[in-house]
Design a protein around this ligand. Structure first.
Ligand code: SF4
Length: 95
């Protein structure tokens, strides 16, 4: 502790601010990771269980197939089970 009470007050305030910043950054990282793990909501990408203009999830680069060709799979970008015949606005062809 210094002999200057104003200096001690500022030092304590700076420590609190640094701690608060670290906590906010950590919370932001957790939120970002949760969003990635969960994927986007189907409603946000206009997902439908049917093809659109001949485009289907099983022809999309983001599709992860299920146990069989007709079983529902998952998606790298969209949350929940995904119909192989489905479609959403993120559709992009397999290369
Ligand atoms: S990005 Fe859309 S079109 Fe592609 S697999 Fe996922 S849900 Fe289907």
């Amino acid at each position: 502790m210094s002999e200057n009470p104003k200096f001690d007050g500022r030092r304590a305030l700076l420590k609190k601010a640094a701690g608060l910043s670290a906590a906010i950054a950590a919370a932001g990282m957790v939120a970002t990771q949760s969003a990635k793990a969960a994927g986007m909501a189907k409603s946000a990408v206009q997902y439908q269980d049917t093809p659109k203009d001949g485009h289907r999830c099983d022809g999309c680069a983001l599709y992860i197939p299920g146990a069989s060709a007709t079983a529902k799979g998952t998606c790298k970008a969209v949350a929940g089970s995904i119909d192989p015949a489905g479609w959403c606005t993120l559709w992009s062809p397999k290369s």
